[in-house]
Design a protein around this ligand. Structure first.
Ligand code: FAD
Ligand code: SIN
Length: 523
């Protein structure tokens, strides 16, 4: 069946939902989400959203902190724009019903996180993402022009390729006409035609064994755009969060927010000794790349599987008030954080690179915009400053909406798009072929493409992934399409992009550390 919408939004996190709300007065919008609407990275965000909101802080400081963290690769104009637009975008979130914590005088209660020179993180206790997600869902459900398709999985974006034309990376104008979407309830693949499509599919954390990301983070949008010959860049810059709760039986790993270190928590090795002073003057509050590498180094040197985060010296009631979810979660796990150290280890958390977009959030494919974690905008450079990603998502969703609104009148739906072709396919023989390959991807990425890399490890990862790629493509060609096989294909595609782009970077910078090139190149 063919559905026609003015705007097709793939993804129901902060990027997709805020874009949908902004364009919905200009046309019919479809939001497609592969699980329930709230199953997003956005929902899990703890620390909050960075913005200059008080007089001790200023834009210059937020800009400087972002640039310092990005280790020379941020695009200055992008940083400047995002930081300056932050207060206006925060106001829109508040208008949609998001409640940020305030102090007794009614000003925002601001947290501090690694790499920030000021307290500037707006938050809702330690569950900011859930508060944002719930408010946006409410606003979306109340808008008559927005149709929501939950449990609908985007398989491929539709381009001239589907009209039988040859499309290569050299094709001067590639156009997006919509996407093929698998309805998981009926197993039917629908053709969604749109005048404008927004990819807002989030990150890639699940390509690693240990990640803070929910299981939706399989890099689908990035893989789809790459297969459609769009531009994807800076994939080597994968951010590992230093402090995920150490529990090998839990996937995703539960995050212990960096705001806890901003509040005064300190890192200790298993014998109770502080160690961050050996690595950086800012100690436990250094930027994430430095802290994650320091923890990794201490764990490897000592043969330990985790370090500790210690917040026991802080006032117990204050700790419970600021971090109620973390307190409860750890208590359920058998740890009273007001009295005992928290076992933590780094986990894959965020992707700085992705689909390259311009200042209007346009990808290299016409009629295709992208926003949020699936994109490369130039904001993060080689390392993202904490709590700058929710901000990037709303600023770029806004940019996309403003540009798309002006384009929509000029565009028509493409005719003659064929239905999804599943000739010659049958149900996959054995699910184990898929689940085992997923585990192998996780193993390869975590063993060879983690916090510390080397030429040998990257080459080994490349060779292993090549075998998995060949096997999976062959399985995909002969199988009836399912979400599972598509996600496997996608994690292999994005894993390949991380590895190959890491191989091309012959230096160590920000989140990419290669022991064969420990120095930075001159910029
Ligand atoms: P997401 O919120 O991940 O949404 C992606 C959407 O795409 C989902 O709806 C998913 O179902 C859908 N989707 C994906 N593939 C398909 C497909 N094939 N078909 C259909 N739908 C699809 N950032 C901060 O700035 N501050 C924080 O405090 C913070 N804390 C974090 C804590 C945790 C535990 C995690 C995991 C991340 C945190 N981040 C934080 C990062 C931030 O949450 C994310 O970068 C941001 O929410 C991404 O938003 P998004 O809209 O781009 O994607
Ligand atoms: C955290 O709360 O530590 C996560 C913040 C972020 O990823 O920006």
């Amino acid at each position: 069946m063919t559905h026609k919408f003015d705007f097709l939004v793939i993804g129901s996190g902060i990027a997709g939902m805020s874009f949908a709300l902004k364009v919905a007065d200009r046309g019919k919008v479809a939001i497609v989400s592969k699980n329930e609407l709230e199953d997003t990275n956005t929902f899990y965000a703890q620390g909050g959203i960075a913005s200059v909101t008080n007089s001790t802080d200023n834009f210059e400081k937020h800009i400087e902190d972002t640039l310092n963290c990005g280790d020379g690769l941020c695009v200055n104009a992008v940083v400047e724009r995002v930081v300056r637009e932050a207060p206006a975008q925060i106001k829109e979130l508040v208008d949609w019903g998001v409640k940020f914590d305030t102090d007794s005088r009614g000003s925002f209660d601001l947290h501090k996180e690694g790499g920030h020179s000021e307290h500037r993180i707006l938050h809702h206790k330690d569950s900011t993402g859930a508060e944002i997600q719930k408010s946006l869902i409410k606003a979306v459900k109340n808008h008559p022009n927005i149709s929501v398709f939950e449990n609908n999985f985007a398989i491929e974006i539709i381009t001239q390729h589907h009209l039988g034309q040859k499309v290569t990376r050299q094709t001067p104008v590639i156009e997006c006409y919509g996407a093929y979407i698998l309805d998981e309830k009926t197993n039917y693949i629908h053709t969604f035609l749109s005048k404008i499509t927004l990819i807002a599919t989030g990150g890639i954390g699940t390509i690693y064994q240990t990640t803070t990301n929910p299981m939706i983070a399989t890099g689908d949008g990035i893989a789809m755009v790459y297969r459609a010959k769009g531009t994807v860049r800076d994939m080597e810059f994968v951010q590992f969060h230093p402090t995920a709760l150490y529990n090998p039986n839990e996937r995703p790993s539960f995050l212990i927010t960096e705001a806890m270190r901003g509040y005064g928590a300190v890192l200790r090795t298993k014998n109770g000794k502080e160690f961050m002073h050996k690595y950086d003057d800012r100690k436990s509050l250094a930027p994430r790349d430095i802290v994650a590498r320091a923890i990794d180094n201490e764990m490897k040197n000592r043969g330990d599987e985790h370090v500790y985060l210690d917040v026991t010296h802080k006032d117990a009631e204050e700790t419970k008030k600021h971090f109620p979810n973390i307190y409860q979660k750890c208590l359920d796990f058998g740890i009273d954080i007001t009295k005992e150290y928290i076992p933590v280890a780094p986990a894959a958390h965020f992707l700085c690179g992705g689909i390259e977009v311009d200042k209007d959030a346009r990808s290299s494919i016409h009629r295709l915009y992208a926003a949020g974690e699936c994109t490369y905008t130039g904001l993060h450079g080689a390392n993202r400053l904490a709590s700058n990603s929710l901000l990037e998502a709303i600023v770029y969703a806004d940019a996309a909406a403003k540009h798309a609104e002006n384009e929509i009148e000029k565009l028509k739906h493409q005719e003659n798009i064929p239905n999804w072709n599943d000739e010659g396919t049958s149900l996959p023989e054995e699910m184990i072929l898929i689940t085992q390959s997923e585990r192998e991807v996780n193993f390869v990425m975590s063993s060879y493409v983690g916090i510390v890399r080397s030429n040998l490890r990257l080459k080994r990862a490349y060779d292993r992934l090549e075998i998995l790629y060949q096997e999976t493509e062959s399985l995909f060609q002969r199988s009836v399409v399912s979400k599972q096989i598509c996600e496997l294909r996608n994690i292999i595609n994005v894993g390949y992009l991380v590895i190959t782009q890491a191989m091309q970077r012959k230096e160590s910078r920000g989140l990419h550390y290669n022991i064969d090139y420990p120095e930075k190149n001159k910029l």
